[in-house]
Write a protein that binds this ligand. Sequence first.
Ligand code: AMP
Ligand code: ZN
Length: 114
Amino acid sequence: MEDCIFCKIIKGEIPCKKIYEDDMVLGFEDINPTAPIHVLLIPKKHIKDINEIANEDLNLMAHSLGVIKDIAKQMNIKENGYRVVLNCGKDGGQEVPHIHFHIIGGRKLNWPPG
Ligand code: AMP
Ligand code: ZN
């Protein structure tokens, strides 16, 4: 995916503030944080959105949830709580077409979202 900014971050062509990395996923700080802690976790495989998750990707998604738990601990938001957001498509507010989990915390978050 040559034009995908998140694929470029994975390849090191665009810099990021890395929080976590393994062979399957990369976690980095959101460039425009909406809370004191705002981390994005992306699979290294280019998957456009939730609708494009194949059965063979389900292990990757489960792995991502396990990593999110570890990142929450690493960022010291585990105890107070946090929100994990997966926007999908136009109405869902997805701007970058490479699936990504937002991990947001460090303050009391409003609910419900708009
Ligand atoms: P979404 O609207 O769910 O697609 O979220 C995209 C997120 O990516 C937004 O929160 C942006 O602030 C963030 N973002 C876009 N470009 C970068 C970048 N180069 N580095 C870090 N975060 C980015
Ligand atoms: Zn991509």
